[in-house]
Design a protein around this ligand. Structure first.
Ligand code: ATP
Ligand code: MG
Length: 226
């Protein structure tokens, strides 16, 4: 059974009176627990697609069914609720709060899910342990390497126990060794927790981590091997 089922999705932007189509009749079908890598030239619509998957934006038309919810027609309130319950985000530049420790950064993301501070703190510690940062829980972002900061961001995305994790160029800011180590971490988590990952990258070397690689171009996804 599909976890994510997208069909006939159209999305474009209007600026200066001109309409630019970005996604045109896009379809996608993903099972629970898959790791999908999305590639494609700059401007092809990868971030646009990720925003639609994550309930940050809605398509102009089409169906976006995730875990049994058609979010394509959701309004802002429903979308916010969907994001909180089901989506973990990992960004290229980590987006950690500099004045908070690793543990506090993860705890903060849990505040929208639960008011139980003690439980949130324990959960934050558990997920920081999972990404190998048990020694860095009380460190501030500037006291950590880029790779370590991205691990905090991975812990933050996972601690909510989301249904899907979306990572838009998560390793774009890291060197080769750290890039591979973050991918290996996400691969372990995929295996151990059965999390479904969507990862955007420009790096061909990362294709080996994917269950399926999809290429975005001309508004649609083409799977390698199609
Ligand atoms: N808010 C917006 N308003 C107007 N145009 C936009 C907006 N967001 C994206 N676009 C346009 O939509 C197209 C797709 O953008 P998108 O950011 O999805 O590409 P991308 O594949 O993520 O590119 P990159 O690899 O550079 O991150 C581009 O032509 C971009 O200029
Ligand atoms: Mg992008």
């Amino acid at each position: 059974m599909s976890l994510v089922e997208i069909s006939s999705v159209n999305k474009g932007y209007r600026s200066g009176g001109e309409f630019t189509p970005v996604l045109s009749g896009l379809r996608m079908d993903v099972a629970r627990g898959e790791m999908i890598i999305i590639m494609g030239p700059s401007g092809s619509g990868k971030t646009t697609l990720m925003n639609i998957l994550g309930g940050i934006d809605v398509p102009d038309s089409g169906r976006v069914e995730i875990d049994g919810e058609n979010i394509a027609r959701y309004g802002p309130v429903e979308l916010t609720d969907f994001r909180r319950r089901k989506v973990g985000f990992i960004f290229q530049f980590y987006n950690l709060i500099p004045t908070l420790t690793a543990r506090e950064n993860v705890e903060l993301s849990l505040e929208t899910v639960s008011n139980d501070r003690e439980a949130n703190s324990e959960r934050a510690a558990r997920y920081l342990g999972l990404v190998g940062l048990e020694d860095k829980m009380d460190s501030f972002p500037q006291e950590m390497s880029g790779g370590q900061q991205q691990r905090v961001a991975v812990a933050r995305a996972l601690a909510k126990e989301p249904i899907i994790v979306l990572a838009d160029e998560p390793t774009g800011n890291l060197d080769g060794a750290r890039e591979e180590s973050i991918m290996e971490l996400m691969k372990d988590i995929q295996r151990d927790l059965g999390i479904t990952f969507f990862i955007v990258t420009h790096n061909d070397k990362l294709k080996k981590y994917a269950d399926r690689v999809m290429e975005l171009g001309n508004g649609i996804l083409v799977e390698n091997g199609d």
